[in-house]
Design a binder for this molecule. Sequence first.
Ligand SMILES: *[C@@H]1O[C@H](CO)[C@@H](O)[C@H](O)[C@H]1NC(C)=O
Ligand SMILES: *[C@@H]1O[C@H](CO)[C@@H](O)[C@H](O)[C@H]1NC(C)=O
Ligand SMILES: *[C@@H]1O[C@H](CO)[C@@H](O)[C@H](O)[C@H]1NC(C)=O
Ligand SMILES: *[C@@H]1O[C@H](CO)[C@@H](O)[C@H](O)[C@H]1NC(C)=O
Ligand SMILES: *[C@@H]1O[C@H](CO)[C@@H](O)[C@H](O)[C@H]1NC(C)=O
Ligand SMILES: [Zn+2]
Length: 445
Amino acid sequence: MLLSALFWFPFLVPLNHALEFQYHNTAQVERYLYEISKNYSSITHLHSIGRSVEGRELWVLILGQHPREHRVGIPEFKYVGNMHGNEVVGRVLLLQLIDYLTHNYMSDPFVTKLMNATRIHILPSMNPDGFESSGRDCMYSPGRLNKNGVDLNRNFPDAFLSDFEQVREKEVDSVIKWLKTEMFVLSANLHGGAVVASYPYDNSNGGSELQGDSSITPDNDVFVHLAKTYSVNHASMQKANKCYDSKDFTDGITNGYSWYPLEGGMQDYNYVWAQCLELTLELSCCKFPPESDLPGLWDANKPALLAYMQQVHLGIKGQVLDLNGTPVQNASVEVQGRRNLCPFKTNQNGEYYRLLLPGNYTITVRYPGYEPLTETVSVPYGPDGFTALTHNFQFQKSTSTTFFVATEPTCPSPEVSNRENHSAALLSSTIITLTALTIHTLLLC
Ligand SMILES: *[C@@H]1O[C@H](CO)[C@@H](O)[C@H](O)[C@H]1NC(C)=O
Ligand SMILES: *[C@@H]1O[C@H](CO)[C@@H](O)[C@H](O)[C@H]1NC(C)=O
Ligand SMILES: *[C@@H]1O[C@H](CO)[C@@H](O)[C@H](O)[C@H]1NC(C)=O
Ligand SMILES: *[C@@H]1O[C@H](CO)[C@@H](O)[C@H](O)[C@H]1NC(C)=O
Ligand SMILES: *[C@@H]1O[C@H](CO)[C@@H](O)[C@H](O)[C@H]1NC(C)=O
Ligand SMILES: [Zn+2]
């Protein structure tokens, strides 16, 4: 009896979180992140990726067994919160997540395995200026935009649209530079105003990606799986909570374009140019709920936040090597049947990561000077064991020609505009936006 009492003891005491459930301002968040990075210095690393328009640091806390540097075979994951300054649940949840991961490392087996096998980057607020200017109204607080009045989720380069030499905001520019410093594999971007997991694309120019009312990526099966992973592990998302929106989200997921098309969004940018699969997670009907709702929101989202991170171990990973076994940078790794707008390329360690559902895949690896290498690989389900299948490719023959260039998909340049398709796309999206505006005026998420 004594034994069982001892055994149950830890479960009877509510987990004593150091971090209160409240809306911390920028200074309090900074102090908290700084203390965590000091108290858990072996598993965390705090750095800033840039500054907001008003000069606030965009702090990122990295968590993992080796937080200070990338290790070959350890995938990079990220969560971004509070891109819309008045959508604040993600910001709170990400701070709670940091607290949970640090406090449970080496005691909770799931957290320990996840942190040992993954490098996790958390940007709790991408728009601290917007947050500081926001009121606390459930839906109608200002603060969505940055200090220059720009919606950051409309300010990224758009593969389906010319850019009109658009000015890149400091917060967006910082994120674009950040994406070049690490090879991120999986990401989510936390919003509010609805309860749904939305996946790319958010935009289309009427090409082959447009299927029915959806804009479909070559990795659609993976995106649907990722979105469902969040919704089914969330307390209520899969029940298709409608909030104020009339749309019925089957399984609590939606294609972004099919919900409402948008230009210059972050998730499309991540996928097209950073080869990082990103979802947009809408986590509460209220964009700025009362503080008393926060513990319940954490309980509802915690299993989903954890399960989603584990999905970074889907599919296949490895290195591309030359004839001598030296890693090859910028080799393209194409999975048959998935013609990405920009080919997935290896990093400076010759590494690639491809999130794939279990099955058999034919993969072609190309680099100028070598004969393309094609292999068929049977891919198991990796997340349960916290590792994707490791498979290296080694080139067997060199060639004098670089013939493969012609067969490579041409990656749209993020800075060069496509004037020809611009007017048609702009016209159609303007009509859509105007229609949507009359219904949705303040319901953008
Ligand atoms: C860090 O450690 C100090 C000293 O033990 C403690 O007072 C403080 O609450 C801790 N802070 C966090 C955020 O864990
Ligand atoms: C995680 O890594 C730590 C530090 O290397 C090690 O002591 C521990 O056994 C590992 N645990 C698991 C579950 O992998
Ligand atoms: C331009 O738009 C047309 C249809 O409007 C489409 O067929 C074509 O593929 C697009 N071209 C580019 C380069 O996106
Ligand atoms: C790989 O491509 C990047 C970006 O185009 C370039 O900066 C880098 O020098 C290339 N590296 C090699 C080894 O080709
Ligand atoms: C994959 O290939 C293996 C043989 O290598 C075969 O046994 C298996 O049935 C295939 N799986 C699928 C889903 O096609
Ligand atoms: Zn939003």
